[in-house]
Ligand binder design. Structure first.
Ligand code: ADP
Ligand code: ADP
Length: 225
C-alpha cells in the first residue's frame, strides 16, 4: 500500500526532517507511527499525501512512484487517501452534514447520491442525529468523529491520521481508535501518527518508531531480549 525507499526530506532552511527512511505498509494493515515531537511523523504523512515532496528517495502508493506524479494528477492520488488531523479542520460556518458532504461535492457527486453517502458515514461514526448541528455545538470527541466521517465518505482505501487523539482524554481516544479498527476490519489501511505511548501500549498494533528523522524501529523485527 505504502512504501518508502530511502526517503530523505530536508526542508528549505536546511532542517533534515527524514533520513533515508525505509518502510512498507501492506494493504489492509493498521499501524502506529510514533516518536517524539519533531521526529518526522507529520513529514512522512505529508509525503504520502503529496503535500510535500522528498529531497531524495521514493515514496510509492500501490506501486505508483509519487515522484512521477505530475501536479495535475495530485488530486486523483489524494482521492485514495482520507486524512484526519488533530485539530480536525472542520469548517465552523458549515453544518456537520455540509462538512462531510464537501469532498463528495468537489468530486461531482449529485446531491442525492451525496446525501446517501454522508448519512451512511455519519451513521458509522454515530452522529447521524447531529447532521444539522454546527461543529461548535459538538464536544471535542464528536468533532473528531465528524472529521473521520469526512475522511471516509469517499471510501478511500487508505486513512492517514495525524495525532487524531491529541486533544482527547483516554476514553475518547480509545473510542476513536475503535472507529479506525472498524474501518480497518473492512479492508481500509490505516496509519496513525501519535506520540501517545499509553494509547499504543494498550493495543497490539505494529508500531513504527522515528527518532530525529531516522526510522529506528519498523515494528516488524522481534525485540532483542
Ligand atoms: P513530528 O510530526 O514528528 O512532530 P514533523 O514532521 O512535523 O515532526 O517535523 C520534523 C522536523 O521538521 C521538525 O524539526 C520540524 O521543525 C521540521 N519541519 C517541519 N515542517 C517544516 C517546514 N515546513 N519547514 C521547515 N522545517 C519544518
Ligand atoms: P464533552 O464534555 O465530552 O467535551 P460537551 O460537554 O462539550 O462534551 O458536550 C456534551 C454534549 O452537549 C454534546 O453532545 C454536544 O453536542 C452538546 N453541546 C455542547 N455544547 C453545546 C451548545 N453550545 N449547543 C448545543 N449543544 C451543545
Amino acid at each position: 500500500m505504502i512504501k518508502f525507499d530511502n526517503v530523505s526530506k530536508t526542508y528549505a532552511g536546511g532542517h533534515q526532517a527524514l533520513r533515508q527512511v525505509n518502510m512498507h505498509l501492506q494493504p489492509g494493515e493498521m499501524a502506529f507511527l510514533t516518536g517524539h515531537s519533531g521526529a518526522g511523523k507529520s513529514t512522512m504523512l505529508k509525503l504520502i499525501s503529496l503535500m510535500e515532496r522528498p529531497t531524495a528517495g521514493h515514496v510509492f502508493i500501490n506501486g505508483h512512484d509519487l515522484n512521477r506524479i505530475k501536479p495535475g494528477q495530485v488530486p486523483y492520488v489524494r482521492r485514495d487517501i482520507g486524512m484526519i488531523f488533530q485539530d480536525h479542520r472542520l469548517l465552523m460556518d458549515k453544518t456537520v452534514f455540509d462538512n462531510v458532504a464537501l469532498p463528495l461535492l468537489i468530486e461531482g457527486y449529485s446531491i442525492q447520491e451525496a446525501r446517501k453517502r454522508v448519512q451512511a458515514a455519519l451513521d458509522k461514526v454515530g452522529l447521524l442525529s447531529k447532521e444539522r448541528h454546527y461543529p461548535v455545538m459538538l464536544s471535542g470527541g464528536e468533532q473528531q468523529r465528524v472529521g473521520i466521517a469526512r475522511a471516509v465518505v469517499t471510501k478511500p482505501p487508505l486513512l492517514l491520521a495525524d495525532e487524531p487523539t491529541g486533544n482527547l482524554d483516554p476514553k475518547l481516544s480509545m473510542d476513536i481508535i475503535r472507529l479506525f479498527e472498524e474501518f480497518n476490519a473492512v479492508g481500509v489501511s490505516v496509519l496513525i501518527a501519535t506520540h501517545d505511548l499509553g494509547l499504543i501500549a494498550r493495543l497490539r498494533y505494529r508500531t513504527l518508531t522515528l527518532k530525529e528523522g531516522t526510522m529506528v524501529d519498523d515494528g516488524l523485527q522481534e525485540p532483542v531480549v
